[in-house]
Design a binder for this molecule. Structure first.
Ligand SMILES: Cc1ncc(COP(=O)(O)O)c(C=O)c1O
Length: 403
């Protein structure tokens, strides 16, 4: 008998609840049903031409490795981008930046740099579930602060302070949030940063949706932790081109920190995987030059999609909080078991040959039993598709009730 067996780490790795219905959706598509995917954050916005052109322009005869922390010219351009686009008290330097394979690897490196097995990271639930995936890989624990839909999933700094224990090594928090859409105000961000400093824990601030803030003057971005000088040594910023430039497939991201020990650890992790992708770095360099006007148009489009979807869902009687940023809605449905409803919706229901794939929200909570009747929906598709999705959901909820 073979003694080869999977590690507990391998056997117990959590599957992503965001992709849990992918197989059922594929099967529905195979039967000829049009499945509108509102379960994943894959925008249909065209990637900027400057970026796609950079791929076409790449002609080196050898597709070589890049430096483990990224090309210096890209790191400097990223630093310059921060310095010129935020209200930053002290310029960011190229040496503060480590280029990674997506924001995902930046998160993994950041958490790996500051936790040992058994240490805790603090998250605010419902949370971006891949944080639990990285913690699992690193044998770290995830400890949740529970947010409430009743106040728009606001992150209360006091609750974060109360949840910190002797084992907490870092707070991992996105702003704007996924799946909540919550934008943390500059004041709250400063208070949270001060709490992290006071308790001597790291603040891993995930800013991959930084541009996508609505009901704010054009050009206004979410408050960035880099603006909070108080948090310098404790702050690790996570960023990515995936959402900003609608370039999820480029797999380019970075972390920024003024903590040289963290940066050097991230560099050593980076050396073990040799290099971030070479050509995608040139494309990212081109993307950083995309004019501000491109963002104004994209943000206006997401804002219109948000308003349309929230208005549509409210018109069919759903209780929806208006999210301030990113492109997600976390909402309760009038069903007992959202997981069963979502599986039935995509696997068995259709309205004239069309259905919708949603992500059940229970997997976005750490606390057992929460989110049972909630779902996450994205507004990354065209407005006419979103309108149709509301009609399909309305018909599905009625059919589910009358089953
Ligand atoms: C909050 C958050 N952080 C990080 C990521 C990672 O994105 P990527 O690895 O594509 O940069 C995502 C992707 O959806 C996300 O929603």
């Amino acid at each position: 008998m073979s003694t080869c067996s999977l590690s507990r780490r391998g056997a117990e790795a959590p599957a992503s609840p965001i992709r849990s219905l992918a197989g059922v959706a594929r099967e529905a598509a195979r039967r000829g049903i049009t499945v509108h995917s509102l379960n994943i954050g894959q925008p249909d916005i065209a990637t900027p031409e400057a970026m796609t052109q950079a791929y076409r322009d790449y002609h080196d005869v050898v597709l070589a490795y890049a430096p483990s922390d990224g090309f210096p010219e890209l790191r400097h351009a990223i630093a310059e981008w921060y310095t010129s686009s935020g209200s930053i008290s002290r310029p960011v330097e190229g040496d503060d930046v480590v280029v990674t394979t997506g924001g995902s690897e930046a998160l993994l490196f950041a958490i790996a740099a500051v936790t040992d097995p058994g240490d805790e990271i603090l998250v605010c639930e419902p949370y971006y579930t891949n944080y639990a995936g990285y913690a699992h890989l690193l044998s770290a624990e995830v400890s949740p602060v529970t947010l409430s839909a009743h106040d728009g999933f606001r992150v209360h700094p006091d609750k974060i302070a109360e949840a910190i224990t002797g084992r907490t090594r870092a707070l991992v928090l996105p702003t704007p949030g996924n799946p909540t859409g919550t934008v943390i105000s500059a004041d709250d961000l400063a208070r949270i940063a001060a709490i992290c400093v006071q308790h001597d824990i790291f603040f891993i601030c995930d800013e991959v949706y930084r541009e996508f803030v609505y009901d704010a003057p054009p050009g206004t971005r979410a408050a960035s932790l880099l603006d909070q000088a108080v948090a310098d040594e404790h702050a690790i910023i996570i960023d990515s081109v995936s959402k900003r430039y609608s370039a999820c497939g480029a797999r380019m991201g970075w972390l920024v920190t003024r903590n040289s020990e963290v940066r050097e650890a991230a560099l050593r992790f980076g050396q073990a995987r040799l290099s971030p992708a070479t050509v995608d770095q040139y494309a990212t360099l081109a993307a950083l030059g995309v004019p501000e006007q491109w963002f104004h148009e994209v943000i206006a489009e997401y804002q219109a999609r948000r308003n349309l979807l929230v208005g549509g869902l409210r018109s069919i009687g759903l209780d929806v909080t208006m999210p301030e940023g990113a492109f997600y809605l976390a909402i309760p449905l009038p069903v007992d078991d959202a997981e069963a409803f979502c599986a039935w919706l995509v696997g068995e229901f259709d309205l004239d040959g069309e259905t919708v794939c949603l992500a059940p929200l229970s997997g976005f909570y750490r606390t057992e039993g929460l989110g049972k009747n909630e779902v996450r929906m994205t507004y990354v598709l065209k407005q006419e598709v979103l309108s149709r999705c509301v009609e399909i959901l309305d018909a599905a909820l009625k059919a589910w009730k009358n089953r």
